[in-house]
Design a protein around this ligand. Sequence first.
Ligand SMILES: Cc1cc2nc3c(=O)[nH]c(=O)nc-3n(C[C@H](O)[C@H](O)[C@H](O)COP(=O)(O)OP(=O)(O)OC[C@H]3O[C@@H](n4cnc5c(N)ncnc54)[C@H](O)[C@@H]3O)c2cc1C
Length: 382
Amino acid sequence: MSQPRTVILIGAGHVNLYVAAHAEALIERGARLVLVDPDQFWYSGLATGMLGGMYESAEDRVDPRALMEAHGGEFIQDWVETVDVGARRLRLAGGGDLAYDYLSVNVGSRVNVDALPGAAHDPTVWSVKPICNLWKLRAHLESRFRTGKSPRVAVVGGGPTGSEVAANLKALAKRHDIDMSVTLITRGDRLIKEAPAGAARGLHRNLRRRGVSIRTHTPIVRREGRSLIADDGSHIDADIVVLAMGLEANPLVRQTGLPTHSTNGLRINAKLHSIADQRVFAGGDCATMEGFDLPKLGVFGVRQAAFIHANLLASLEQIPLIEYEPQKRYLAILNLGDGTALSTWGPLWWNGRSSMWLKDFIDRRFVEGYRRQYDTKANQRR
Ligand SMILES: Cc1cc2nc3c(=O)[nH]c(=O)nc-3n(C[C@H](O)[C@H](O)[C@H](O)COP(=O)(O)OP(=O)(O)OC[C@H]3O[C@@H](n4cnc5c(N)ncnc54)[C@H](O)[C@@H]3O)c2cc1C
């Protein structure tokens, strides 16, 4: 049997949930496996549907402690504050530190709220990350609806997330029979610029038909009072602002001192470890793979997960690591909140109820697949 070694999983994102769910293989090789996360896993695939009232918050969450413990590992509910790669130790926000032999860093991304002056300390400004914000925003809006109030909402960012959020804000208001003003603002000349032009036009029509005002060519430069100020000085009134201007890597990865790409994350190679430290694996939104410009989407973390698990095993056994190659195309499905969804796959796109059925099937299966693992173990113990 090899020497006992400690593998620490930082962040219960898509990669580390998979590693936790396959912990036995690492433990059998003598590893101590510890997962550290301050919260539950909130799944972004169901998140905008949750905002729009289609799903409840419990349907969107996985309990990382229950998953980790069901597979024989340890869970610590805390933030990792710093990582000292020289000493191979990390410090927890709650105090204390942990030594490691290998790390899997999967701490996700954030919206840089500081990029919009006036936004950071304004309680009327919401960010789409962390995902639990969308649940809190729904609760906040519903409490205002109950008093008969209908706030004016502006969503900044015309990418897939901003578009889905705008669509589902309308859906939430409709469920409550409220006519809520929703404005979707983008600096670009169209919505979802990475998608085929026809898909973007269809999305634009859908949103307009449902009463979303769309402002293109409108870079927002600051939040002032109850207005958003555009670069031409024009004001857009908004009682509530939702920021969906794009995701950047969690700043923890910069703190490690390992090579990073400014906002894209820890630089990793095809073996999915840091280009400067083979003991530090990383995946999902907090990492950026040399030679690729991958969008910050959960689908990549999901694919990387099995490779990081395999390479942690290979590292423990001191055998050659395997290499991951990202897929060139991926299926993206936007929940439009009206019972339909817009699917894109490379140059192809289609929308309608069948797209929504497919998205619901894929996303529920993902979350329920994890939940079933600890529910089954708990039932077996009874
Ligand atoms: C509204 C919205 C909808 C989206 N919809 C889709 C979609 O339909 N399909 C898709 O592919 N992508 C979607 N995305 C993108 C997707 O959310 C991200 O790409 C994905 O969540 C990244 O996963 P991850 O595994 O990197 O990290 P995450 O799933 O974000 O997990 C990171 C984890 O790290 C933890 N963490 C953070 N900091 C620390 C720390 N210091 N110490 C310990 N733990 C920490 C967090 O608590 C969290 O649990 C959407 C994004 C948004 C905002």
